[in-house]
Each structure stands twice: as C-alpha cells, then as structure tokens.
Design a protein around this ligand. Structure first.
Ligand code: DGL
Length: 272
C-alpha cells in the first residue's frame, strides 16, 4: 500500500526542509515527526543520537513510510550511516532512509568563488567531520571552516532567537567562523533550525557573503532521487496530505511550528 514520505528532525528544524520539499513536490503525502521532548540532539553522544534517531525511524516505518528523510544534520551525521549499513539490511528491503548532508555537499562548491566555505552547525555535526569529508569527495580544492554553535538550537526551540541574549551568541559564533579565514564567501547553515537566524546573520557579515540554507537543495535532490527510483516513488502516496507528530506538547508545537513552516499546523502527540 502507498504511504506518506516520513520526515524526521530532533524538533522543529526539519520543518524548514519540509516546507521546501512540499513546495517542490506538492503532490506527495508527508508524515513529520519532531522529537521535541528529547531535543536538542546536537550536544548528545553518538550512541544517544543513534538510539533516538533509530527509534523515530522505526516509528515512521511502522506507520507505513517506505522512505524517511532525516531532515536533521546531527542525525544525518551521527546516525544515518549506521542505520543504512546495520539496521536497513535486517528489515524489509523496500525501506530507505536519506539524509541532508550528502545532497548539500554535492552542490555546495557551486556557490563559492573563493573556494573557502564556512559551516555553522551543532557540536555533533562539527565533531563528526561529515561536511569536510563529504565536500572533499565532490570538491577537493575547497577549503572548509567549521564553527559549532551549541546555544543556537536551544534558543530557537524556545523561541528566544530574537533576544539580546541570542544576538550575543550569534555574533560570537559568526565572528569565530569568519576569523578562521578572511576569504570565506559562502556560509552554510548546516543545521535545519538555523534558517530562522538568516536575517540576524546577514546583518553581521559583508554583503558579498552568501548565507545558504539547505531546504531547497534537499528538496531538489529528493525530486531527482524519486525520478531516478520509480520503485520507491511507486510506494509513495500522492493525495497532498500532511500529518505532524511531536514527542512533546502539541500546544507548543502548533504555536511554534508556523515560524519554521510558514503555515499553521495541527499536531498529534507521540510517546516514545
Ligand atoms: N535541526 C538539527 C540539525 O539540523 C538540530 C539538531 C539538534 O537538535 O541539536 O542539526
């Protein structure tokens, strides 16, 4: 039976990706799961991120999804490979899990003229070295500079991103990134929560620096993937329906989700 495409994030961030996916592929059905009760993932260990992500992927599979997108860089960095190599071979062969790092790395080099790219991400994503490793495969001549921003996700999850306190951390981390190299001309927001900070970051950097979010990149990559894999595409239902689940308060989720998704949503609760 055809089922929705599953989209997962530790909390709200994946909604910035889902928004672009729905824009690019409006005909499909989507089932979103935000693990808000256990967010942020960015400062958690490899084992914990793997355990939480696997649990959420298993739930999405249990709802019938054949294809799950990890719309979370931290989960993509710390859990995706193990899920693909260790877990998927033990279950139904039609199930797929895709992440956001590889599709981003594939096109990232096209945005930079100076070949010096900055990455802003969670501790987990930075420590995993996933971006430097993946970018090297596609663009060996590009230099990658990374800065972990451990305070940003908690601030955004709590809707505190426009406060003086938030500005302090945003400025500090952006400066720390740019101090690593004066010719960085592209900054990737390598955490799906960060697009909410685009304007604040823009004000801190020179006009010639491109601030890049992943939503459109991931959406285009998914479109391409479904086009190349009709056997997966055939398992995806197409009634333009969306469902949202959170592991925390639905009241909070419904109030905050609009900041990320641009539209009102009505969520259901999931206990894991
Ligand atoms: N949106 C997640 C990401 O892209 C945030 C991770 C977190 O929960 O810290 O990395």
């Amino acid at each position: 039976m055809k089922q929705p495409i599953g989209v997962f994030d530790s909390g709200y961030g994946g909604l910035t990706v889902l928004k672009e996916i729905v824009h690019t592929l409006p005909q499909y059905d989507y089932l979103y799961l935000g693990d808000n009760a256990r967010a942020p993932y960015g400062t958690r260990s490899f084992e914990t991120v793997y355990e939480y992500t696997l649990e959420c992927v298993q739930w999405l599979f249990s709802q019938g999804c054949s294809l799950v997108i990890l719309a979370c860089n931290t989960a993509s960095a710390k859990a995706l490979r193990t899920i693909q190599q260790t877990y998927l071979p033990t279950i139904d062969a039609s199930k797929r899990v895709l992440g956001v790092i590889r599709p981003t790395a594939e096109v990232l080099g096209n945005y930079s003229t100076t070949k010096h790219i900055g990455i802003l991400a969670t501790n987990g994503t930075v420590q995993s070295q996933s971006y430097p490793i993946e970018i090297e495969k596609f663009y060996p001549s590009i230099q990658v500079y990374q800065q972990a921003c451990p305070m940003w996700v908690p601030l955004i999850e709590n809707n505190e991103q426009h406060t003086e306190g938030a500005n302090y951390f945003i400025k500090k981390d952006v400066q720390n990134l740019l101090q690593q190299n004066a010719t960085i001309d592209t900054i990737l927001l390598a955490c799906t929560h960060y697009p909410l900070l685009t304007e604040s970051i823009q004000q801190l950097v020179a006009k010639n620096i491109t601030i890049l979010s992943q939503g459109k990149i991931v959406a285009n990559s998914l479109k391409d993937y479904l086009g190349r894999h009709p056997e997966i595409d055939n398992n995806c239902s197409k009634n333009q329906q969306m469902q949202f689940y959170t592991t925390d308060s639905t009241h909070d989720f419904d109030n905050h989700a609009i900041n990320f998704f641009g539209k009102n949503v009505k969520s259901s609760h999931l206990s894991l």
